[in-house]
Write a protein that binds this ligand. Sequence first.
Ligand code: ZN
Length: 287
Amino acid sequence: MSIAHRIPFGVETDGEVVDALGVQRGLACNCLCPGCKQPLMAKQGDIRVHHFSHLGDRSCTNGQVMALTMAAKQVLAREKRMALPDLVATVEHATRYGLKRRNSLRAAQGTWKFNAVEIDQAGQRSKADVACTTADGTTMYVAIRVPEQSGGALVPEGRLNPGTLHTISMGTSEMPGIYRLEIQSIPGSGKANVSGVAPREAVRVAFDYFKANSSRVSASIKLEERDFHTHLVELQNSGARLAFTEASFIALCSAALVKPVQSQLAVMGDTSLGGTVVQARNLAQCM
Ligand SMILES: [Zn+2]
């Protein structure tokens, strides 16, 4: 089993995040996967590090990342402290006369203690996962990110199913993320439906554009005889994808023609309502 399928933490029925050592062996652990919410088995062998794994289905892609993220939040909420390096921050504020003034704040390396730690309560600060408030009432917002692990390629090599492609864009967390888009073409009457984190509006725009232009893509596409089901999987916990229309259009072409996209392709950028390609934002960050 590859390392990517080992889940370091499971979720108990009461929402507690636990490691595989402190629970009963096998399915008796009564834990769910933090990513796909399917039952996990606790593996407590002598050779490998204790871990959880799925029953059989290995299609779960975000269990490991979600397990690490949830465990980090739980530790922070329980311990209410965090070791931080030297901090230098520049704060801009307006004076009484409407002028802007900048102050530089410094804090030496050390352990910060918090009076209150609130998970997923960071409100409109969409980058943050945890709000930590110190004794003097200062709140700092913490974003927890799991860096991509080397070796476990997010965009797999080799042939994908027709209608499946990977796309990179900014998510609602304002961090670039990789998403896997899966469009299935099934016998039907020309309808589109959506599941997963896919934004409905963007799928509709892509589908309308596809309907209007499918004859220019290929005369063999018979839209009125197929339904298209769109599913979007978030591979990096970066929030719902914002730009989505262009990737959907390409995946629709691939699904309708039953031809896979080029191996290791990742689509960036977007298409506007009228079919104009919109340039990709933050190219450097996305790399
Ligand atoms: Zn899972």
